[in-house]
Design a protein around this ligand. Structure first.
Ligand SMILES: N[C@@H](CCC(=O)N[C@@H](CS)C(=O)NCC(=O)O)C(=O)O
Length: 233
């Protein structure tokens, strides 16, 4: 049994997609990041970076104590290894997949996150920042487009790399991206969107939270944090 500490954001969707695809037994533990639940001391023991997603695996392969993990890329890798699916076993294919997973974790996610921040949420419109992240978003979509022009999925077969990238492409309109300009991404996006596990992951998200995460109050919680005071010592 896996507990998934989750909210309805792209990094959260990555893990519900995996869990629905693999049919591993799991329970959702909503952490409403708009209300500041990510700062709950019990959650911080599992996810010291105060972000979702995080998991606790109550039956790890070494039969030891429950295992807690944060960082969505690591969670996908762990779960793929746990069930022997969605990560190729052979050297070159495995590292092709991990390379694109890391590309998502180090570039596509963070840069698109900054795009969302400066174009949608920042209280003042800063043209330099908006343009900087818009351009970087377009560049990254171009890199993905070139890869998908030669591969059906990002790293050959459908894998954790696709599961990591897809939830960020869902918000393409918000990122100022027209998929008509990226026909291979559009083909890939439609294919993944129609997968029953993906449909179910987003249905669960809708049941947990159908509202937008960011309002005036949540803006302060999400974007106003400096260093946390150390607790309990
Ligand atoms: N690199 C982390 C990023 C996780 C992340 O940014 N989570 C956001 C939601 S998508 C969050 O929990 N934000 C709450 C906060 O910053 O306080 C991962 O991929 O797991």
């Amino acid at each position: 049994m896996i507990d998934l500490y989750y909210w309805t954001t792209p990094n959260g969707h990555k893990v519900t997609i995996f869990l629905e695809e693999s049919r591993l037994e799991y329970g959702l533990k909503p952490v409403n990041i708009a209300r500041g639940e990510q700062f709950d001391p019990d959650f911080l023991k599992i996810s010291p970076n105060n972000k979702i997603p995080a998991i606790v695996d109550h039956h790890p392969a070494d039969s030891g104590d429950p295992l807690a993990l944060f960082e969505s890329g690591e969670i996908l890798l762990y779960l793929a290894e746990k069930c022997g699916r969605f990560l190729p076993p052979t050297l070159r294919e495995r590292h092709l997949c991990l390379q694109w997973l890391f590309w998502q974790m180090g570039g596509f996610g963070p840069m698109l996150g900054q795009n969302h921040h400066f174009s949608q949420y920042a209280p003042e419109k800063i043209p330099y920042a908006i343009e900087r992240y818009q351009k970087e978003t377009e560049r990254l979509y171009g890199v993905l487009e070139d890869q998908l022009a030669e591969h059906l999925y990002v790293a050959g077969d459908y894998s954790i790399a696709d599961m990591a990238i897809y939830p960020w492409v869902v918000s393409h309109a918000k990122q100022g991206i027209d998929l008509a300009v990226f026909p291979h991404i559009r083909r890939w996006y439609a294919d993944i969107k129609a997968r029953p596990a993906v449909i179910e992951a987003y249905r669960k998200a809708e049941a947990v939270n159908s509202a937008s995460t960011v309002d005036e109050n949540s803006r302060k919680i999400l974007f106003g944090q400096g260093r946390r005071a150390k607790t309990g010592s």
